[in-house]
Design a protein around this ligand. Structure first.
Ligand SMILES: Nc1ncnc2c1ncn2[C@@H]1O[C@H](COP(=O)(O)OP(=O)(O)O)[C@@H](O)[C@H]1O
Ligand SMILES: [Mg+2]
Length: 335
């Protein structure tokens, strides 16, 4: 089950990163319904990638294609260095998949579920026991190891399900909506679990309907809507793409206000309140630049506030009717 084909990632700058997942123009239709309409993904090894989209966007379909459960109509996909169409066994040996609905045997205990998985993977009795014990411990279910899965809460079921995925020591893990339906506390526990996984060097391909989840966990996020990737980038890049991210500066005196306004010709004026609204991505760098510019103009703001669009705004704007979504880039509104 171990996998060692992928070269070590190089960090000498010029080299492109080693990709755990890459797709080119992936397409899939059911009857006359187009589910995936040309999907291109490049996911560096050792990172967390979130495929974000509303219900029915095609997230599970994408995971099914990448995990070789179904075939794409056209396009190419590689996972852990193996082509899903021509080397599905190589892909399967390198991945773990956890679906939206836990695939546990309710009649077995947590430990028995893990041992069964170890058996299926031909790990051998001793190695199987060792793995099961380690995973029970790691996932905080050691004290209920002898209880039947049927008695577990939703959060515990998901954790046990994920633990079962890890028995085979996968290099790429697909988590299809790992926290949908979980209570807030269980969601947080699951997030910690995912973070620990990544710290261990695996690549996580996550699907979610929740932007905050993608924000918490993912290095990069792609938003899937209408069968296409409508935006792609870090959480901050996604947020900065939405109009409305700005800094509001208020001044005590009219002359200060006017000098500041001259320094920020693009800012929206609020003469009545001596306030300027400056478009900014609200990151540390952008704020530093902003304050440097105020310093240079020799003015002090009486107060300032940073306004970032709500994460839900981003999601809604991108997946609303899909008409005005543009490719993502970092806006350098302050340069
Ligand atoms: N086996 C199938 N036969 C027909 N339609 C399907 C099948 N699987 C998925 N679909 C349709 O494809 C679309 C995307 O489904 P899915 O990938 O499950 O979305 P998501 O996981 O983002 O909610 C939905 O409209 C769904 O009804
Ligand atoms: Mg789904």
């Amino acid at each position: 089950m171990s996998f060692s084909v992928m070269p070590t990632p190089r960090t000498d700058g010029g080299q492109p990163p080693v990709l755990a997942v890459s797709t080119a123009d992936l397409r899939k239709s059911y009857g006359d319904k187009t589910v995936l309409d040309g999907i291109d993904l490049r996911i560096p090894a050792g990172t967390v990638f979130a495929l974000l989209g509303p219900n029915g966007a095609g997230k599970t379909t994408t995971v099914q294609i990448l995990s070789t459960l179904i075939a794409a109509d056209s396009g190419r996909a590689q996972v852990a260095g193996h082509d899903v169409a021509t080397a599905p066994d190589g892909v399967r040996a390198a991945i773990g998949v956890t679906g939206q609905f836990a695939a546990l045997d309710d009649l077995l205990t947590a430990e028995e579920n893990l041992l069964l998985m170890a058996d299926l993977l031909h790990l051998g009795k001793r190695e199987g026991r060792r793995r099961a014990e380690e995973l029970l411990e790691r996932f905080g279910i050691a004290d209920v190891a002898k209880n039947r899965a049927a008695t577990f809460s939703g959060g515990m079921r998901r954790r046990l399900d994920l633990a079962m995925t890890l028995v085979g020591d996968p290099k790429v893990i697909f988590l299809d909506e790992p926290t949908t339906g979980l209570d807030p506390r269980s969601r947080r526990t699951m997030w910690d679990t995912v973070r620990a996984l990544v710290a261990g060097g695996v690549t996580v391909f996550l699907t979610t309907q929740y932007l905050d989840e993608a924000d918490q966990l993912a290095d990069r996020i792609a938003v899937l809507d209408g069968g296409r990737i409508v935006a792609e980038g870090t959480a901050d890049e996604l947020k900065s793409q939405i109009p409305g991210s700005h800094v509001r500066l208020r001044f005590d005196a009219v002359d200060e206000y006017e000098r500041a306004a001259a320094s920020f010709p693009g800012a929206a004026r609020d003469d009545e309140n001596l306030s300027l609204r400056v478009a900014s991505d609200a990151g540390m760098e952008a704020l530093r630049t902003l304050f440097d510019r105020l310093d240079t103009a020799g003015v002090r703001a009486a107060d300032f506030s940073v306004h970032t669009p709500d994460l839900d705004d981003v999601f809604l704007a991108l997946t609303g009717d899909g008409t005005d979504a543009t490719p993502l880039h970092v806006k350098e509104t302050l340069r």
